[in-house]
Design a protein around this ligand. Structure first.
Ligand code: BG6
Length: 467
């Protein structure tokens, strides 16, 4: 199968504010959850590189946007940092706003469509110290932040997103306890997930209000981005394996899909949580808030499938009910650097699920990419990284995306994750994702990898055929 990009299909790249901007103390930016954790325990970060650096997008945004354009990409996503846009009294920080106005203007002047996300795991630390997503006041504070962003940039940005991967904080910080504050408490995890769902819904309500009041572009759209990893199990599953799939899919995927398509949460999941004592605390009036959570479209981040089977033990080490254990597929192919399975067909399976179960919801591939360690090994004599593995990865995934589109999936575009190498949470700069290399020893200078030329040619080819 040849990769021939569909017509009217956008091709761009994704990144995030906290992973790229750096300049962590400029503009009176507040301390973030990540800055606090970095200060507290820098050895938790690969090579002791904390959240402060990004890839210097703050200084290099013009160069980066021009680079994007030179590769024939038409759009890119980043995120506003809550810590940069707002002060501790929940008022606009004008210096922070100036930076994002400059980014918007630069994207506009270069003909690049800017997709703006509001939250990428990056809570201001003072709110985290008040309980973070466990605290309803933080939900309200997020709505104030979203309202401020819509009203400040409403005429400059068409595509908005409330959250990137809202499943990650409940999982990483509260259920699996692998990120600070290293909690392993399934009940707290569900409460955090529920509060993020409320925060999303309040932000969507603010978006439509701002639109109605004329603050936004008339064709502005709002969406949610998540890693809706398709769940798979064994070839001949037992009823218990299928039950593991139901709850994994329920908590990771259907929870958010139902919220953005119908403004509800899946009843079967809530019933199971209730039976097991894991149901989140809900207040009167919440149902009305959740009803506002319906969006115009959604983003699907895809890196790996989620393979599960019935749990060997009924409870986890903290005594909470367990829904699933990982299932190791004997035929799996791994990205060994990241420890993630590479399964391009998963992207197609999700497209077909959307077509079957949520036919009215438009979506795009909002992240897909391959992080590789020690890419220096692949440098040729001219100094360029020959990342054929990345080309193969993207090509294989694009083929399945195209197949899904041909078979009727309402998928309208593709964003590669990490146009330019960036800082990746606790992994810092361990695994590089970019089509473009960042040289940390040379003032963050950018150099094209082989894949950058490849993606450029691919898009150029489509554009020529379209003429
Ligand atoms: C996605 C996130 O889950 O995966 C990104 O939205 C992240 O922020 C990307 O960088 C790759 O994961 P990692 O952990 O290797 O950086």
């Amino acid at each position: 199968m040849q990769v021939r990009l569909p017509k009217n299909f956008f091709m761009g790249a994704a990144m995030s504010g906290p992973q790229t901007e750096g300049a962590y103390k400029k503009d009176h930016r507040l301390e973030s959850f990540w800055d606090h954790w970095s200060d507290l325990s820098i050895s938790d970060f690969y090579n002791k590189v904390g959240s402060y650096v990004g890839n210097n997008f703050y200084e290099k945004y013009e160069e980066d946007i021009k680079l994007l354009k030179s590769l024939h990409l038409d759009s890119f996503r980043t995120s506003i940092q809550w810590t940069r846009l707002m002060d501790q009294n929940q008022k606009l920080n004008p210096e922070g706003a100036t930076f994002y106005h400059k980014v918007c203007a630069c994207a506009r002047d270069n003909g690049i469509e800017l997709f703006m996300n509001l939250y990428h795991f990056d809570m201001p630390y003072y709110l985290f110290a008040r309980g973070g997503w466990m605290n309803r006041e933080v939900v309200e504070a997020y709505a104030v932040y979203a309202r401020t962003a819509f009203r400040t940039f409403g005429k400059e940005i068409r595509y908005w997103f409330t959250f990137n991967e809202p499943i990650v904080e409940p999982d990483q910080e509260y259920r699996h306890g692998v990120w600070y504050p290293f909690i392993k408490d399934a009940k707290m995890g569900m409460q955090v997930q529920y509060h993020i769902s409320l925060a999303h819904s309040l932000a969507v309500r603010e978006f439509y209000k701002a639109k109605k009041e004329g603050y936004m572009l008339p064709d502005a759209q709002i969406g949610l981005i998540n890693a809706f990893a398709p769940p798979y199990t064994k070839e001949n599953p037992s009823p218990a394996d299928l039950e593991a799939v139901r709850m994994t899919d329920g908590i990771h995927n259907r929870w958010w899909l139902d919220l953005v398509t119908s403004g509800t949460l899946p009843q079967d999941v809530l019933d199971t949580l209730e039976k097991l004592g894991l149901a989140p605390e809900m207040r009167p009036g919440d149902e009305e808030i959740l009803k506002c959570g319906k969006t115009d479209w959604l983003g699907f981040n895809y890196y790996q499938p989620n393979r599960v089977q019935a749990p060997a033990a009924k409870t986890d080490e903290a005594g909470y009910p367990k829904f699933a254990d990982p299932y190791i597929w004997p035929e799996r192919k791994m990205n060994v650097y990241r420890g993630w399975e590479i399964y391009p067909k998963g992207i197609y399976d999700f497209g077909m699920k959307m077509k079957r179960e949520y036919p009215d919801m438009k979506f795009f591939i909002s992240e897909n990419g391959m992080g590789v360690e020690h890419e220096d090994r692949f440098r040729d004599e001219s100094g360029q990284i020959q990342d054929d593995y990345r080309i193969e990865f993207v090509e294989d995934h694009l083929k399945w995306v195209i197949k899904a589109v041909e078979e009727g999936a309402n998928c309208v575009g593709y964003h590669y994750w990490g146009l330019i190498d960036n800082w990746s949470w606790a992994n810092a700069f361990k695994n590089r994702y970019g089509f473009v290399e960042v040289d940390l020893m040379d003032n963050y200078s950018r150099k094209l990898k082989k894949s950058a030329h490849w993606i450029k040619n691919l898009i150029e080819q489509r554009d020529k055929e379209d003429m």
